[in-house]
Ligand binder design. Sequence first.
Ligand code: SAM
Length: 397
Amino acid sequence: MNETDIKFKTEIKTIKEGLVEIIIPEFEKVSSDAPVFYNPAMEFNRDISILALQQFQKELGKSIDICDLFGGSGIRAIRYKKELENVGEVSLNDISNQAIEFGKMNSENNKLSLNFHQKEANILLREFRGKFDVVDVDPFGTPSYFIDSLGYSIKKNTMICVTATDTSALCGTYIEPCIRKYNAKPNRTEYCHETGIRILIGFIALKIGKYKKYVEPKLSHSSQHYMKTYLKVHKSSKDTDKSLKENIGYIAHCNKCLYRTPVKGLTSTINDNCPECGEKLTIAGPLWIGRIQNQQFIEGMLHEIPFKNLKTSKKVLKLLTTCDEEANAMISFYDIHKISKVLKISAPKLSEVLETLKNKGFSVTRTHFSPLGIKTDCDINTLKKIVCNLSIDSNKI
Ligand SMILES: C[S@@+](CC[C@H](N)C(=O)[O-])C[C@H]1O[C@@H](n2cnc3c(N)ncnc32)[C@H](O)[C@@H]1O
């Protein structure tokens, strides 16, 4: 099918993103019902992927074969082929015939050669076992239906880039869908987006563990309506056991006094009651309690920004800088407004709390998960005292 055939059948529009230009059928609103799926709001997501894949390619030290498992308009795969250095074969898969037709036409118009597949994602993964160095998993809603095939199919040293848009399940707005899809209990706390992404990574780690494979998170972020994690996959039964033992666990949280603690181990005994106030603890998990960011990897991505032509580079810089800062910080974060609400006081300025914690020798960083969040090794009772003192001080002025 060429551009004239498509024009004849349907109204089309032109999209410019990164270094490419594509045409897609006109649609009224972004939805899974659109004839070919394209979401302009995900340009930011794709820009980050360009940096992540480039950094991964550099670390791997060889050219990379990429599979965009859910191609949609093809914009992602086409950009990978055009904008990445040292890229080998790029495969674009989509179950939709129309998506593949547009993908073929758009790659031709951009003078790029890609491999096209129109297969159900699980089938493609199983047929092409061990073929790819990078698999991008960007489905509608949950990626959970595809993780087992991914575990079976990927070879060691593959990077898997997994997007989830079912954030209401992962964040605990609804508990049952999360249990159904991720076999984990979410918890609707102030840090529920972090819990959600940890549930996603934990689910992937547990699912692929049976294939003696384990994950090393490189970058994880929650932005707009989705969560995305970039994981390097390794293979070894001994190291998979070790990784699961060290990195899978739970987060116990007290809704009354805001105490929280990670608990290591899939089958650990968890205290029923809060050690600080005696209230019943709520539990999230099983989930990933290990690191979800890799500072060296993120710094490599930051270094790449000036070399890529990204419209969203300011926003990307802000996100990556914050992810870099929080890479080694504690699990979960405190929200000063939430603490002030529990204490029934007016909230002090965030900058003053940060400054005071720093002056007292605590480690402290902001988090990309929330503009009001603070990650610190200060315990909740000391933090409450600091918040209280600062609130009284600010009221006096
Ligand atoms: C969210 S869109 C992909 C967006 C694309 N990655 C991007 O960055 O623009 C999901 C795509 O997956 C396709 N799809 C849905 N279920 C599928 C399946 N089981 N196997 C393969 N493709 C599928 C849809 O046709 C749709 O184009």
